[in-house]
Ligand binder design. Structure first.
Ligand code: SAM
Length: 258
């Protein structure tokens, strides 16, 4: 099997990034530090080739055909321990940490599990930075700020652990085969880890019906009188919608109602 004869498998979310200028932008956006690199879904190895030039890489690829291809493409890098390929489902391999040393995740993620992977990386104490390509809509949710319509639990969780920004928007034409949706590369620089499950449970209730008021949504779980008291303390008006409240206020709200 060679690169040219590979037929992309839909079930593994295979859209191979072909635009060299985007590959260069990903590498340029990588935080400068001593952390190891982790790549999830190296595919045909186009991004991997750039990454192994910068640092040593721990890669996770589910498709056994692609694993074999990568093993023959990167014989030398594997022999010199510049690259280690784990063949199998990354979600199965992921215990509390994916690798046992500080790492930055750099990847063009399989979109069908991208949100799950990012949430796991945010909780992983060894993961320090996340630089990934995902569906544009998903990137916008992780990078959203208060007041924006797409601001919700993903934006609040991200702001609670660090900062996020979109690096570059990517059209379908950058890939082969072309996806039906636009994509984006974005960067999360972590300062701490995602940890508080109860806080995230409160967020789920707060955003259960995004068009309803925050008060209405929270009333499904919390005493109305307590909520009225807390809203007053935080100077939140009763008609406030969930996306209009800042991350800082969500944390204060949580401290007062938990
Ligand atoms: N990095 C390559 C590129 O930029 O062209 C391929 C990206 S493609 C969008 C996603 C890759 O993730 C594919 O190689 C696919 O086989 C792999 N993949 C899908 N599900 C996976 C999983 N559960 N664990 C590890 N790799 C997975």
């Amino acid at each position: 099997m060679n690169k040219e004869s590979v037929v992309a498998k839909k079930k593994f979310g295979q859209n191979f990034l072909k635009d060299q200028s985007i590959l260069v932008k990903i590498v340029e956006a990588m935080p400068k530090n001593e952390n190891r690199l982790v790549e999830i879904g190296p595919g045909l190895g186009d991004l991997t080739k750039f990454l192994v030039d910068v640092k040593s890489v721990e890669a996770f690829e589910v498709d056994t055909d692609l694993c074999k291809l990568l093993q023959s493409t990167f014989k030398e890098e594997i022999a010199t321990k510049r690259l280690h390929i784990n063949c199998g489902d990354v979600l199965q391999a992921w215990k509390s940490s994916l690798v046992d040393e500080p790492y930055d995740l750099v990847a063009n993620l399989p979109y069908y599990i991208a949100t799950n992977i990012i949430l796991k990386a945010l909780a992983d104490p060894m993961c320090k930075n996340i630089l990934v390509m995902v569906q544009l809509e998903v990137a916008e949710k992780f990078c959203a700020i208060e007041g924006q319509k797409v601001f919700g639990s993903l934006g609040i969780i991200t702001q609670s652990v660090g900062t996020a920004k979109i690096i570059v928007k990517v059209p379908p034409t950058a890939f082969d085969p072309q996806p039906k949706i636009d994509s984006a590369v974005f960067l999360i620089q972590k300062e701490t880890d995602r940890s508080d499950k109860d806080f995230e449970d409160m967020l789920r209730v707060a955003f259960s019906q995004p068009r309803k008021t925050l008060m209405k949504n929270l009333s499904a779980k919390y005493e109305k009188s307590l909520l009225q008291e807390v809203f007053e303390k935080l100077k939140l008006i009763q008609t406030t919608r969930p996306h209009q409240v800042s991350t800082k206020d969500y944390h204060q709200l949580y401290t007062l109602i938990k």
